[in-house]
Design a protein around this ligand. Structure first.
Ligand code: CA
Length: 187
């Protein structure tokens, strides 16, 4: 299955990179755009399946970008998730009125963001349920969270439910430190 493309419109490079990193780990393709004027033509070229739009852009009004995206014949059907600051209720409402599909409030966890992206994509493209997203692979270990199966070098490995959950938790946060508390809570 082809990877879904997520366009990230965000001027803060650290945040954009973090979002991009987490989306790519969840098997999305992503592109970051940060500068104002060329957003529309670059977005057209990228043909995103979803747009994450930060409303707080320095040289540009995020809501205006939203309006332009919704007016563009190639981009008007692409779902938009707005990224807003805490308490920016007016912007959120205006954005939703302009046709944005969802919003997420800063600061957010990347895990929540990825889930929101998946939820919106599932709503907009229900026929293409991203089944590939249920399979995690790291080195020789492959974990299918839909079928609850684990293979190591293509050989099926039997695990207890707790072992499976623990492995899933660790594999879906590869490279990150998971404290005992977090593991207990999530597993
Ligand atoms: Ca910003």
């Amino acid at each position: 299955m082809k990877k879904k493309r997520v366009l990230i419109i965000e001027d803060e490079r650290d945040i954009a990179d973090l979002i991009s990193y987490n989306l790519e780990r969840a098997r999305f393709d992503s592109l970051i755009l940060s500068s104002g004027r060329k957003i529309i033509p670059q977005a057209r070229e990228y043909k995103p399946n979803l747009i994450l739009l930060d409303l707080m852009l320095p040289d540009l009004d995020g809501l205006e970008v939203c309006k332009q995206l919704k007016k563009d014949k190639d981009l008007s059907n692409v779902p938009i998730i707005m990224v807003t600051a805490m308490g920016d209720e007016t912007d959120r409402i205006l954005g939703l009125e302009l046709g944005a599909d969802d919003y997420i409030v800063k600061p957010f966890s990347t895990r929540e963001l990825v889930l929101r992206v998946k939820a919106v994509l599932l709503r907009v493209y229900p026929d293409e349920t991203a089944l590939t997203d249920t399979i995690l692979q790291i080195g020789p270990v492959e974990l299918d969270s839909l079928k609850h199966r684990v293979h190591v070098e293509r050989t099926r490995v039997k695990l207890t439910m707790t072992e499976f959950r623990l492995l899933h938790e660790l594999m879906s946060h590869a490279g990150m430190v998971r404290t005992r508390e977090i593991l207990l809570e999530n597993v």
